[in-house]
Design a binder for this molecule. Structure first.
Ligand code: FES
Length: 134
C-alpha cells in the first residue's frame, strides 16, 4: 500500500521533536480522522534554518510531516509557502488516494507555523489559497 520512501520516513522520521523557543509554531488537526500535527520553525533572516514536527497520527501523516520538514529546511518563507501537498506526495513517491489528506495536514501545519512567525514579526500572514485542495 505504501511506497518504500513512505515506509522509510515512517520508520525513520526526520526532524521529529520540537524546537525550544521556536520562532514560529503551527498546530493543525483533521476533525475526521482525529490526527494532530505540530510544526515548529527556527527562522533566520527570512530563511527556515530548522523545522521539527510532532505528529499524533497515521503512517502517512508521520511520513508527510517528516518529508515536508525536509523540503522546507533551507528555504525562504515564501519558497516554503509554495511547497504544495502535491510536492510532498511526489517526494514520497506517491500516497494512496485515501491518504492524500494526510499530506494536506502537513502543508497546513507548515503554513500555520510560517503565518505565526509572520504575525509575530508584524508581517501579513500569507493566507492559504490551497486550503481546500485535495
Ligand atoms: Fe488522518 Fe492520516 S488518516 S492524517
Amino acid at each position: 500500500m505504501y511506497s518504500e520512501r513512505v515506509m522509510d520516513h515512517f520508520m525513520n522520521p526526520r526532524n521529529m521533536g520540537e524546537i525550544p523557543d521556536a520562532d514560529g509554531a503551527g498546530e493543525v488537526g483533521n476533525a475526521t480522522c482525529g490526527d494532530i500535527m505540530r510544526i515548529t520553525l527556527r527562522v533566520e533572516e527570512n530563511r527556515i534554518v530548522d523545522a521539527k514536527f510532532k505528529t499524533f497520527g497515521c503512517a502517512a501523516a508521520i511520513a508527510s510531516s517528516s518529508m515536508a520538514t525536509e523540503l522546507i529546511k533551507g528555504k525562504t518563507l515564501d519558497e516554503a509557502c509554495a511547497v504544495t501537498n502535491r510536492a510532498v506526495v511526489e517526494a514520497l513517491g506517491g500516497l494512496p488516494p485515501q491518504k492524500v489528506h494526510c499530506s494536506v495536514l502537513a502543508k497546513e501545519g507548515i503554513h500555520q507555523a510560517i503565518d505565526d512567525y509572520r504575525v509575530r514579526h508584524g508581517m501579513q500572514p500569507g493566507g492559504d489559497e490551497e486550503k481546500h485542495a485535495p
